[in-house]
Structure formats: C-alpha cells, structure tokens
Design a protein around this ligand. Structure first.
Ligand code: MG
Length: 263
C-alpha cells in the first residue's frame, strides 16, 4: 500500500495510490479505514506532507561515512534531536532560505520511519510492528547555526520548510536495511549509499527512542544521512535559490523540492 495525503477542491484527504490515480480513503489510516471507489488522476491533486507528525525525531551521525566527513567520533548510542513540526513541507513544496541564515543551507537524504501505533518501551524484536510505513525525508540544515553560531541544533534544523517529507507512506518495505538512498541537486548525485550502512538499525532506533519518549501514531523518525552532504564538499556546496533537490529511497519514492529565498 502507498498512502498519500492530498488536497482537492480545498479539502484534505488521505488516499491510496493506484497507478496514476489516487483512491480516496475514508477513516483513519492509523486505525480503521476504507479505500473508496472515488479516484482522481495524480496530476489533478496537490500532494500534502504524507502525515502531520506529532513529533519529528531525528538521529545524528547514523552512517559512519558521514561521521567521518563531519570530523565526529562514532556515537556509542543514537543521538537524538528534534525538528520543529512547523518545518514540515510536502513533495514539491518550496525550501525557503531563511532570512536570518540564508548562506549555508544544506541537504541530507534520509529514510523516514512513520510510526503507526503508540510505542513505549518496545523491544527490537517487536519494533517493526509499530511501523506504518516509510517515506523520504530531507533533513535541511543551516550549517552556520548548527556548527558555529548556536550551542545546540534546534534553530539550524527547524527553520520553516526545513523538513520536506514524502511523497508517499509506503507500507510494504520488505527490508528497511537494504535500500539504496540518494540525493541529487540539479540532477547531480551528491549522496549515494544504502541503508545497510546505518550504525543503528531501524529496529534499534525505534526501540531506543521508545524507551526515552512515547512515540505517538504519525511520529516521524529521520534515520540519519550518509556521506556527501554539502558542507563536506571541497569547496562546500550550499543550496541556492532555484536549485532542485531530490531525495530518492529505493522502493519508497522520490521527494523533490525547489529552493527559493524567503518570501
Ligand atoms: Mg540528519
């Protein structure tokens, strides 16, 4: 199943992808629902972020290659930070270069877990039972705030539009630890890795996070990014107005966003 959330005629719906169409859903995708016979061409609906998350939990340094390019030691346990939910935008939404920090805005390709039911103190063995599905995410980051100006990351990771997710929630991912993951800027591949290279697995991250905070339905866990981010390039590559950023996760989809200055 591929879920999407969309807007049509001013109203919001969930739907199930069926070829080039989306079938409208009645009910709650986190509970009981029906896929109706009402369907619309994908070209005639506006994609919304696939979930309006109660929390966006992000993991820093979950690929050793990215820890290396960041000059950071490998973590002994997952290091968690939070992105403001007001930073969430949809597939084809616009990433705005924030007026207070427009110069060092960077991309991070990430596999996102979408939690399906309330999880607290769950074991690694049971962890995948709490997953509704997966989507693509871009952990957009203002590196000047994150790395030099601020003592912690909340601002640099949470400017409005800094959390593109989508386009779909894909439920039938056989093995979340064997997915190619890429980012492209203006068509050029910047990151190319596989989720098998994660330091802490999807199962471990869900279990670990659930022992530290309650994971509500719709919670997004961004699982970290591989090597190839912009600040680690020589010379650095930061996002500029007009750039097109794509995050692709094998079998999950392609998330595409354009960059513009703050309105
Ligand atoms: Mg990240």
């Amino acid at each position: 199943m591929k879920f999407m959330r969309f807007e049509r005629d001013g109203a919001e719906f969930y739907g199930a992808i069926d070829g080039n169409f989306v079938k409208r859903i009645e009910g709650d995708i986190f509970g009981a629902y029906d896929v109706t016979g009402d369907k619309y061409p994908l070209s005639e609906v506006k994609a919304l972020a696939p979930v309006s998350p109660p929390n966006v939990i992000a993991i820093c340094l979950n690929y050793s290659s990215h820890a290396g390019e960041s000059g950071s030691a490998l973590p002994e346990r997952p290091v968690i930070f939070i992105k403001a939910t007001t930073s969430v935008i949809a597939h084809e939404g616009i990433i705005r270069l924030p007026a207070p920090a427009p110069d060092e805005v960077d991309y991070e390709a990430e596999l996102c877990i979408v939690i399906g039911k309330t999880a607290k103190n769950v074991s690694e063995a049971d962890a995948l039972d709490y997953v509704l599905g997966y989507t693509c995410g871009n952990d957009v980051s203002a590196r000047d705030c994150q790395r030099r100006l601020d003592a912690q990351w909340a601002r640099g990771k949470s400017f409005d539009t800094f959390c593109p997710i989508g386009p779909y929630i894909v439920t039938d991912v056989a093995d979340p630890q064997n997915l190619d993951i890429k980012s492209r800027v203006n068509g050029k591949v910047m990151q190319s890795s596989n989720t098998r290279n994660m330091i802490f697995s999807v199962r471990h991250l869900i279990s670990y996070c659930s022992h530290n905070m309650t994971l509500l339905p719709g919670t997004i866990i961004m699982t970290g990014t591989p090597e190839g981010v912009g600040f680690a390039q020589d010379p650095p590559v930061f996002l500029r107005s007009g750039d097109v950023v794509e995050i692709e996760v094998e079998g999950v989809g392609v998330l595409r966003n354009t960059v513009a200055e703050e309105a």
